[in-house]
Design a protein around this ligand. Structure first.
Ligand code: PMP
Length: 404
């Protein structure tokens, strides 16, 4: 049995009041809150074994290195990657995508195509535009339909031997759509294209199996999975990571440096130049262990109940329109109320203690598709409750009354 009150008690921030009201935190798509085990692990690192890693012969450095490498193993197991050197620590999803898009210039020439989807976050668009500017390749976009689903028929027609890489998100941050990535990966591989999956919004809700998916790259951020900011993961297949050039040069990533020539370290160090965010890397392992302790099956089932309940309650409000109505959806609801700017609703419900995101959610092409300035986005985590949804819906109704 999933006991949400027991879970909530593990998140100190959830018991506070905001603007004199109990906090209702529905901005989990932007970042998740942290359980006590994660907060304690941060303090423990600095209290007991803070040291630089992979360098010192001294005991503290060994302890820190072991903990960091143990976190890498935890993430390898979590993603079911074949080797632990296929797990690269980055500073987040954005950094992981930039690393791949930068190095991928080696495999792309003028006239080739790089494919993204209409549902992408800016961080899975702009780095590919850089790549196209640098190489003369063309950016091709998989279109979407009114429900906020990718047009798979169009996708198949757009694929060709010119397609070198397809970069799509697993779950859309702006609409919550769960994309058919297995199908995308298989079809892209048939034309010889590599596939990068942006898992920033998927990893809080499900456990990806990178070998079963057969994706070439999978990226995500620590702060969206109850871990710290400033850390993320790039999974890459060994052969791709060996073929890609290093991204940043510096300490840690070299085998030998002379002024004539430098040779690079083996994976994963080739992509980990400089002192990383050691604490965050270690604690990301703690966060992943915590989530697995709760169980992703429990998380998905409970969040689906929250999503269904909130959708039903919100649709009772006159003039409310939900964007993203696919049947395959994560616990994200993007909506607007006729005649009211999303920002005004967000500001009023904040006064009532409810935290949501308003705006374009770093996905301006989606807003252009619907011809709207933005939406109000409520994104639920496993520590949210039906009672909070009731408070949120009442707050939205109150805002609507005040604004019309
Ligand atoms: N992709 C998606 C789908 C996201 O939701 C986000 C974060 N909003 C990112 C990429 C970027 O993640 P970060 O800012 O942690 O690098």
């Amino acid at each position: 049995m999933f006991d949400v009150q027991k879970v909530r008690a593990q998140f100190p921030i959830l018991s506070q009041t905001v603007n004199g009201k109990p906090l209702v935190y529905f901005d989990n798509g932007a970042t998740t809150q942290k359980p006590e085990v994660v907060i304690d692990a941060i303090a423990q690192y600095y209290t007991e074994f803070n040291a630089n890693i992979h360098r010192g012969v001294h005991t503290l450095s060994q302890l820190a290195t072991d903990a960091y490498e143990q976190a890498r193993n935890t993430i390898q197991n979590h993603l079911n990657a074949k080797y632990n050197h296929e797990i690269i620590f980055t500073s987040g999803t954005t950094a992981g995508i930039n690393l791949v898009a930068n190095g991928f210039a080696k495999f792309v020439k003028e006239g080739d195509e790089v494919m993204v989807s209409a549902l992408e976050h800016h961080s899975n668009i702009v780095p590919w535009q850089f790549l196209c500017e640098k190489t003369g390749a063309k950016l091709v976009v998989i279109p979407m339909n009114e429900q906020g689903e990718l047009r798979m028929d169009k996708f198949e027609k757009l694929l060709s031997s010119k397609t070198k890489i397809v970069a799509v998100n697993h779950i859309s941050n702006a609409l919550g759509t769960i994309n058919p990535i297995k199908q995308i990966i298989d079809k892209a591989h048939k034309v010889g294209a590599a596939v990068l999956i942006d898992g920033a919004q998927a990893t809080p809700h499900l456990r990806p199996d990178v070998q079963e998916l057969d994706c070439d790259f999978y990226v995500f951020s620590g702060h969206k999975v109850c871990g710290p900011t400033g850390v993320g993961i790039l999974y890459g297949k060994e052969n791709w990571l060996n073929a890609l050039p290093p991204y940043q040069g510096g300490g840690e990533m070299i085998k030998e440096v002379t002024f004539e020539k430098t040779t690079y370290a083996e994976l994963p160090h080739k992509f980990e130049a400089g002192t990383p965010n050691i604490e965050a890397g270690i604690v990301l392992g703690t966060a992943i262990d915590y989530l697995n302790g709760i169980g992703f099956d429990n998380i998905a089932k409970y969040e689906q109940e929250l999503l269904d309940y909130a959708t039903r309650k919100l649709l009772e409000i006159d003039g409310l329109k939900i964007y993203g109505t696919s049947e395959n959806k994560a616990s994200v609801i993007s909506f607007n109320i006729e005649g009211i700017h999303p920002y005004d609703i967000g500001t009023i419900i904040d006064k009532l203690g409810v935290a949501v995101r308003t705006g374009h959610h770093c996905a301006q092409p989606i807003m252009q598709y619907f011809d709207i300035p933005g939406t109000i986005r409520a994104s639920f985590a496993f520590y949210n409750t039906r009672e909070e949804i009731d408070i949120f819906v009442e707050a939205v109704k109150k805002a609507q009354m005040m604004l019309t």
